[in-house]
Design a protein around this ligand. Sequence first.
Ligand SMILES: [Zn+2]
Length: 221
Amino acid sequence: MASRFFKNYDRYKITYPFGSRVIFGKKEHHTGVDLVAVAENGGAVSDYVVAFDSGEVIEAGYNSRSGYYCKIRHDETLVTLYCHFKKGTLRVKKGDKVVKGEILGYMGSTGRSTGAHLHFGISLFGEWVDPEKYFDKDLSEVNKLTVIQERKLLKRGAKGEEVKLLQTLLNFHGAKIECDSSFGPATAKALAAFQRSRGITADSVAGVVTWQELMKIAKNT
Ligand SMILES: [Zn+2]
């Protein structure tokens, strides 16, 4: 039996949820969930970690925080992250295509970790979201429009990940601007040109309609 996360056990439990928590008196934002497999007797056990959904490995390697880890891209906007694999067990490399349920490696405690567990994260539009919301979903069915609609309008002067996404999408469409996360004159100009090409009011403000059009582009590319 398997789960979305582990090969041999269909039960798992979350040992640390997504969100803010206090560690050693310091407040920290946990960008994913920590999971362990659960044996029949209810005890936590290690197991092979499997791909949550099908996609392409875009990173696989080691860093001091994540330990041995890999990242899988499922489409232009959705990435999953798996951390703390046991040393020497990571089975995938950058560029590999993986299918849902395929073994990625064995659960371990490498990197910043105090015990064997899987850190699992989902990044949507470059932002870490609560993975639990997606546990029973096919990632291809995630309604990204809802996410877009929840976003505030982006206009000149804005900064951050959302702006970077906007710039990336504009470049998908043929703009050649720097993805520097800062909404300046070049971004405004590129956005207006894009809006004009789509018959949207060229106001250089990214609202729901503009985001919708931008995403269509991304899907077709
Ligand atoms: Zn974690």
